[in-house]
Design a protein around this ligand. Structure first.
Ligand code: ATP
Length: 412
C-alpha cells in the first residue's frame, strides 16, 4: 500500500510554521510498514490543492491531507476534495451536535461560520474530533481513499494512529520496514562513507540499505534498513550486516537507536559504581545539562562548576597553571572539581569557543581532562564550526573521551 501526504496551508510555504505534521505522519506510516514516497505542501488555493490531489491520486492508494478544515473562507480542503470525489456536500447532524457540545462546554455561542464544518462530502465517513470542531473525513475515490485531518497537531494525531492507519492496513498487505541506527562519534561522515562503501554498494542490490545521517552534537548515525513480510524477518536480514558494520566501526560506535552519548556514559558509570562531577569553561554548563536530561542521572552525577574565568578556575577549583588553554589546566580543573564535590571522577572542558582566536590559540582548540583516584589525563582536540558548534562538539567529545576511558579501564 502506498500512502502519500499533502499538507495544506499558505503559512507552511511562508516558513511561518514548521511542517511537523508530515514528520509525525511519516513516522507513523513507517512504523506501520506502509510505504510513502511523497510528502507535499500546498498553499490555500483551490486550483493548486485540486491539482496536488489529482497528481497524488495517480501514484497513491491513499492520501492523508492535513489542514484547511477550519471554519474560515481560506479553509477549502473539504470543498476541493468533494470536487475531486465528484460528490455533493451534505449537512451531517452528528458533526453539528459534536460542535455544539464543544461550544457549550466552553460556554460560548457557536458562530454561524462554523456550520461549514458540518458539511460532509456524500459518501465520506466522519472521524469524530473530540478535541476540536473540525471532523476528520475518510473520502473514497474509486478504490482509493483521501483522508482529511485537521492541521492542529494534537487533534490530528489520534485520528491518524487510531483510525486512519488501521483503515489503510485493512486494505492491503503491508510491508514491514525495520531500521537499526548505529550511533558513532570520532569518524567524519566522508570517512565513514569510505569505510562502509562496500555495504552501501551491496545495499543497492540487496535487502539491507545503508545510509548516513549527521546529527550535530549527537554524532553521525549509520542507518541500516530492511523490508520484509514481517518485522522479525526484516530484523533477521539486518542482523548479520549490523555485525559486520560494527566490526568496521570499532570503538567509534557508541550506541544504538534511542541511546544517547550521555545515557551510555551514565550506564557505564552506574555499572562501575562511580560518581562524577564536571568542571566546564567554554561549554558553560552544557555537559551537566545533558547529563541531567537522562532520567536517573542523580545516581551518578553529583554536580558541576562553571568556571568560566581564570579567577574562578583558580579560586574555586585550585587551578595553578597560568595557561587556561592547556592539558595541564584541564587536568587541574578535573582534579579540583572531583576533590571539592567529592566524586570518584572529575571531567573538565576548557578551550576557545571563538569566533576569534585568543592569545594565539585558534577557535575550536579544546582541552578535555579526566581525573580519578589513580589517574589524571587530558587531551587536546581541534574542533570545527562556529561558536555554537564548537561548544556542542566539545560536549559530545568530552563524553566520548570519558566513554572510551571507562570502556578501556575498570576503575577498580
Ligand atoms: P482548524 O479547525 O483549527 O482551523 P484546520 O484543519 O483548518 O484546523 P489549519 O487552519 O490549516 O487547520 O491549521 C491550524 C493550525 O494547525 C495552524 O495554525 C498550525 O499551527 C497547525 N498546523 C497546520 N498545518 C500544520 C503542519 N503541517 N505541521 C504542523 N502544524 C500545522
Amino acid at each position: 500500500v502506498i500512502c502519500n501526504v499533502l499538507c495544506v496551508g499558505t503559512e507552511l510555504l511562508l516558513g511561518q510554521i514548521d511542517d511537523t505534521n508530515s514528520t509525525y505522519i511519516g513516522q507513523q506510516l513507517v512504523d506501520a510498514g506502509i510505504t510513502s514516497y511523497e510528502h507535499r505542501r500546498v498553499g490555500d488555493n483551490p486550483e493548486r490543492i485540486e491539482k496536488a490531489l489529482r497528481d497524488l491520486l495517480e501514484v497513491s492508494d491513499a492520501i492523508i491531507v492535513t489542514g484547511g478544515l477550519g471554519p474560515t473562507h481560506d479553509d477549502i480542503t473539504r470543498e476541493v476534495t468533494a470536487t475531486v470525489m465528484g460528490a455533493e456536500l451534505e449537512h451531517d447532524s452528528a458533526v453539528l451536535e459534536n460542535m455544539k457540545a464543544i461550544f457549550a462546554r466552553r460556554n460560548r455561542e457557536m458562530p454561524q461560520t462554523n456550520l461549514r464544518q458540518a458539511m460532509v462530502p456524500k459518501g465520506a465517513t466522519v472521524i469524530h474530533n473530540h478535541l476540536g470542531t473540525a471532523p476528520g473525513l475518510m473520502c473514497p475515490v474509486g478504490d482509493k481513499t483521501i483522508y482529511l485531518v485537521p492541521g492542529v497537531p494534537h487533534e490530528m494525531y489520534p485520528m491518524v494512529t487510531d483510525t486512519i492507519i488501521p483503515d489503510i492496513l485493512s486494505r492491503g498487505k503491508a510491508t514491514a520496514i525495520v531500521t537499526r541506527t548505529i550511533k558513532t562519534w570520532g569518524i567524519s561522515e566522508s570517512s565513514l562513507a569510505e569505510q562502509l562503501d562496500a555495504f552501501v554498494q551491496a545495499g543497492e542490490t540487496s535487502d539491507v540499505k545503508v545510509g548516513f545521517l549527521a546529527r550535530g552534537m549527537n554524532g553521525i548515525y549509520v542507518k541500516l534498513s530492511a523490508s520484509a513480510d514481517t518485522k522479525e524477518q526484516a530484523r533477521a536480514i539486518i542482523a548479520p550486516v549490523e555485525h559486520e558494520v560494527l566490526a568496521v566501526l570499532g570503538e567509534a560506535a557508541y550506541g544504538f537507536d534511542d541511546d544517547t552519548m550521555e545515557s551510555i556514559v551514565i550506564d557505564l558509570l552506574k555499572k562501575q559504581g562511580k560518581t562524577i562531577a564536571i568542571a566546564e569553561s567554554l561549554t558553560g554548563g552544557m555537559l551537566s545539562s545533558r547529563l541531567v536530561d537522562v532520567p536517573g542521572s542523580s545516581d551518578v552525577h553529583m554536580g558541576g562548576v562553571v568556571s568560566y574565568t581564570k579567577a574562578v578556575k583558580h579560586d574555586v577549583l585550585g587551578v595553578q597553571v597560568r595557561d587556561v588553554y592547556s592539558n595541564e589546566c584541564a587536568e587541574q580543573m578535573a582534579q579540583g572539581v572531583a576533590k571539592h564535590l567529592g566524586s570518584d571522577i572529575g571531567l573538565s572542558t576548557t578551550g576557545v569557543a571563538g569566533p576569534d582566536e585568543d592569545n594565539g590559540h585558534p577557535p575550536g582548540e579544546v582541552f578535555i581532562g579526566i581525573s580519578t583516584a589513580t589517574d589524571t589525563i587530558a587531551q587536546r582536540f581541534l574542533l570545527g564550526g562556529d561558536r555554537k558548534r564548537v561548544r556542542e562538539y566539545t560536549t559530545i567529545t568530552a563524553f566520548d573521551f570519558l566513554r572510551r576511558y571507562l570502556s578501556s579501564f575498570n576503575l577498580d
